[in-house]
Design a protein around this ligand. Structure first.
Ligand code: CU
Length: 154
């Protein structure tokens, strides 16, 4: 953990999270965030090229939080057929702060019992607005991309 902490420490100092009084407000740090999609189980979104639909089967914790997150995400083609033999990765970033995660990219592993691609440990080191760049790679040309914005309240 030490290398990660030492890497992140300057970022915490650099970007901050607002003042302490904001933390006490009932509506939270995401109340005025217009870029984020509200998280719900089953949340689905398409890749930009329309080739694939991604769907959150589950997220632990729900909604996603600052800290360790375990996600299962299903991928399907436009006919609704589940894709099991593609690659699925996610690259989280905080665009307002200019940082991502360590590692930068997480690779999902298809797990039939879970009903989708399992991401065991996506560590998100801050609350606030995150963008998740998903890439679906079927091995044929450039990967398809989808970006999802989520705001972590805590
Ligand atoms: Cu940040």
């Amino acid at each position: 953990m030490l290398p990660i902490l030492s890497l992140l420490a300057p970022l915490f100092l650099a970007c901050g999270e607002g003042d302490d009084t904001g933390m006490a407000m009932a509506d939270g740090i995401c109340a005025d965030e217009t870029r984020a999609t509200p998280y719900q189980t089953g949340l689905a979104f398409d890749t930009d090229d329309g080739a694939w639909t991604l769907r959150f089967v589950r997220a632990d914790p729900t909604p996603p939080e600052n800290g360790d997150n375990r996600w299962v995400i299903a991928v399907s083609d436009p006919s609704g057929a589940a894709a099991t033999d593609v690659g699925l990765s996610v690259e989280p970033t905080m665009p307002d702060h200019g940082h991502g995660t360590n590692p930068a990219v997480f690779e999902g592993v298809y797990d039939d019992a879970s009903g989708g691609f399992l991401f065991e440990d996506i560590h998100l080191p801050m609350a606030g607005y995150w963008e998740f760049l998903f890439r679906v790679d079927d091995g044929d040309g450039e990967p398809s991309e989808a970006t999802l914005g989520l705001c972590l309240e805590s």
